[in-house]
Design a protein around this ligand. Structure first.
Ligand SMILES: NC(=O)c1ccc[n+]([C@@H]2O[C@H](COP(=O)([O-])OP(=O)(O)OC[C@H]3O[C@@H](n4cnc5c(N)ncnc54)[C@H](O)[C@@H]3O)[C@@H](O)[C@H]2O)c1
Length: 318
């Protein structure tokens, strides 16, 4: 048994029937896990769900994969998903929040209903699922489930949240999507703290891969057109490999982190921390003295306003 085997583990992968989620589900099955493919088979914008999509995807993955086709985004659906997983496979060790929809619009033209749908699917659904799943993960931890070989203690609870570089670079017209992914990263950090004592890890991954979503990009400029052409060469299987690793024993000590993966290039992102200070001495700043202090201490250190598509417009390593 290697440190990266997932034999005997049970996973939920939301949005696991297509694109990156399907690559993750397949990688977990290949590593030995049983996987619930929780996917309602919807269009990119969250409309027109079709249960056949997850049923076919799970059937192709073999007997250790099972479909769950209820639309996620409510506490009831999350509870039903966890219950179905326990009924089918008897345990739960790994949760991957990957399902997402996109409804792009510039902020000055956006519809509140689209914001609500995107936040519900991309962020609230993950919160509800973790609310339903983490009591089970903690119970497994207390019961000692998951020890392998000479390691009798629980060392398996794993959460991976799939976010996007749109969260911290931003993009044109992606206010709801980018905000939902930023929220999901905040959820990642806070859940990592809550579960640290139980030995359950929670990490985030910002992927780059060819999926139907990449195909649907409408470039806003030449740099974005070049980005799209490059992105279409990147296979999603590499995201699956990274998530399978994060779900394994080998990644037990890694939590609260943000990874990126773009083809054969796996990277660790920095996280926002103070990088410069302006401190008033003797008396409080007023706007004029603060302006001088900002110029003196922060000039040259501001984050450039580039989109993620422009920032990653380099040749991927495929
Ligand atoms: N493709 C990329 O390069 C890229 C870049 C950054 C982030 N991402 C993220 O990776 C993840 C997967 O993206 P993708 O490109 O494979 O997208 P995709 O649209 O191909 O797949 C998403 C899946 O989620 C399912 N889904 C959507 N809403 C659901 C709901 N309410 N309940 C259950 N299932 C639902 C869909 O049916 C679909 O099969 C998303 O979180 C996305 O934001 C992708």
């Amino acid at each position: 048994m290697t440190e990266t085997t997932l034999a005997g583990r049970v996973a939920i992968v939301t949005g696991g029937a297509r694109g990156i989620g399907a690559a993750i589900a397949r990688a977990l099955v290949d590593a030995g896990a049983s996987v619930v493919v929780a996917d309602n088979g919807t269009a990119i914008d969250g409309n027109a769900p079709d249960p056949v999509v997850a049923e076919n995807a799970a059937a192709q993955m073999g007997p250790r994969a099972a479909p769950f086709t209820t639309t996620l985004g409510s506490p009831e659906a999350a509870t039903a998903l966890v219950r179905a997983t326990l009924d089918r496979f008897g345990a739960l060790d790994i949760v991957v929040n990957n399902a997402a929809i996109i409804r792009d619009a510039f902020i000055f033209k956006a519809a509140p209903a689209d914001w609500d749908a995107v936040i519900r699917t991309n962020l609230s659904a993950a919160y509800y699922l973790l609310g339903a799943a983490t009591p089970v993960l903690r119970d497994h931890a207390k019961a000692g489930r998951g020890g392998i070989g000479d390691k009798p203690v629980y060392r398996w609870g794993r959460i991976v949240n799939i976010i996007s570089s749109a969260a911290f670079y931003g993009n044109y017209g992606q206010t709801a999507y980018g905000a939902s992914k930023g929220g999901l990263f905040g959820l990642t950090r806070n859940v990592a703290h809550d579960l640290a004592r139980a030995g359950i890890t929670c990490n985030a991954v910002a992927p780059f891969a060819h999926t139907r979503v990449t195909e649907s990009i409408v470039p806003a400029n030449d740099a974005q057109a070049a980005y799209k052409a490059r992105a279409l060469t990147v296979d999603p299987r590499h995201v699956g490999t990274l998530v399978a690793y994060l779900a394994s024993e080998a990644a037990q000590s890694i939590t609260g982190q943000l990874f990126g993966v773009r083809g054969r290039d796996v990277f660790l992102f920095s996280q926002p921390r103070p990088i410069a200070h302006a401190i008033s001495t003797g008396r409080d700043f007023d706007p004029a003295s603060l302006a001088r202090a900002v110029e003196a201490n922060f000039a040259g250190k501001f984050a450039e306003l580039v989109t993620d598509l422009e920032a990653f417009n380099t040749d991927p390593i495929v």
